[in-house]
Design a protein around this ligand. Structure first.
Ligand SMILES: [Mg+2]
Length: 353
């Protein structure tokens, strides 16, 4: 399934990274270790933009380690640079902040590289995909009214965020909410749940046994990401598919999860997991193992081309409303995400003020 990526020699002459202000972002690590913007410049003068995570720590890694490794050397494709960065950081960067930094660089390189070839990233990944095509979406909601509204706006699916029920939830109350939501959206709308890492195997099984009659497409992150053995145990006999992976990194991390059958649906985050190069490899691996991929917040500008070009069952999660430093935001038409038309990822820095 590997696409043929056009190869031509180039060097990276400059890398700049900074953390934009994100008013309204969650009061947690996603702000204190916030999203960063990376800008690269190639020897042709073409520039590219990417978004990674990890805040000031990630910027420190780019400024002190990655820039010197990357600049003024000849490469031929973004995949080659990515491989080089992963190898170079493998003694200390298999998880978390280093892959978040690599993600920002990888996406900026892909953006510049596609622009150099006067192509969209979508066109590079799959020339057969129509640039005007749109992608089915799902919206994360907290109640039945939100679900009904999203479905009426054209969303193919909704995901109920169950964080409100805590780590020792009332199964009765969860069932009431799901029943109300299913009644509100009908049987056409796919319905998922997100437990936000709050539960254990016992709780998840209890909830799943009670609610599987409502046709639930997946339960997302019922356990913490590192509880791989418990995920394997849960997946073995849970009546509802289990989703996770938004906090997993690089292709080896996903290979370990898939080998362990830790999830049924894999949700890489392109801005954290290692960038587009990693997401392409995840799609290839998932294809070989016949498991589903549904990227985290997939309707944002970076993941959407990969979903539209590579996913046999394309479904893009709604975007973070608080991340507005990159423009344009993905255009949503009747509940479907429309890919940016410009070259590369078709993005620019948002004009502030
Ligand atoms: Mg999630």
């Amino acid at each position: 399934m590997r696409r043929s990526i056009p190869a031509s020699p180039f060097t990276v002459t400059a890398i700049r990274a900074w953390q934009p202000s994100t008013p309204g972002s969650p009061d947690d690590w996603r702000t204190s270790l916030g999203q960063i913007i990376v800008e690269v410049e190639l020897d042709s003068g073409v520039t590219g933009l990417g978004v990674g995570g990890g805040g000031a720590a990630s910027i420190h890694i780019i400024d002190n380690v990655l820039r010197a490794e990357l600049t003024h050397k000849e490469f031929h494709t973004p995949l080659e640079i990515h491989e080089n960065l992963c190898e170079f950081t493998s003694f200390y960067g298999l998880n978390g902040i280093v892959p978040m930094a690599i993600s920002g660089i990888d996406l900026a390189i892909w953006d510049a590289y596609a622009k150099s070839h006067n192509m969209t990233v979508l066109g590079i990944l799959n020339p057969a995909t129509e640039i005007n095509a749109s992608c089915a979406m799902y919206q994360t909601v907290i109640d039945a009214a939100g679900a009904k509204l999203a479905f009426e706006q054209g969303m193919a699916a909704v995901k109920l965020h169950l964080g409100q029920f805590g780590s020792d939830p009332s199964v009765n109350r969860i069932e009431e909410l799901i029943q109300r939501t299913r009644d509100a959206v009908g049987l056409e709308c796919e319905l998922m749940l997100d437990a936000f890492g709050n539960w254990n195997v016992y709780t998840t099984r209890n909830v799943a046994d009670r609610i599987c009659k409502y046709d639930i497409a997946w339960i997302e992150e019922p356990l913490l990401p590192q509880e791989i053995a418990a995920y394997t145990e849960l997946c073995r006999d849970c009546p509802i598919p289990i989703a996770g992976g938004e906090h997993e990194y690089l292709i080896n991390g996903f290979r370990r999860l898939i080998d362990a059958h830790a999830h049924d649906v894999y949700q890489p985050d392109i801005n954290w997991c290692g960038g587009l190069s990693t997401l392409i490899s995840i799609y290839e691996l998932a294809n070989d193992h016949e498991v589903r991929v549904c990227p985290h917040r997939g309707s944002e500008a970076f993941a959407l081309p990969a979903i539209m070009a590579l996913d046999p069952n394309p479904l893009a999660e709604s975007a973070r409303e608080w991340f507005t430093a990159i423009a344009p935001l993905t255009h949503v038409e009747r509940g479907r995400a429309v890919c940016n038309q410009g070259m590369g990822f078709g993005i620019d820095l948002a004009v502030t003020g």
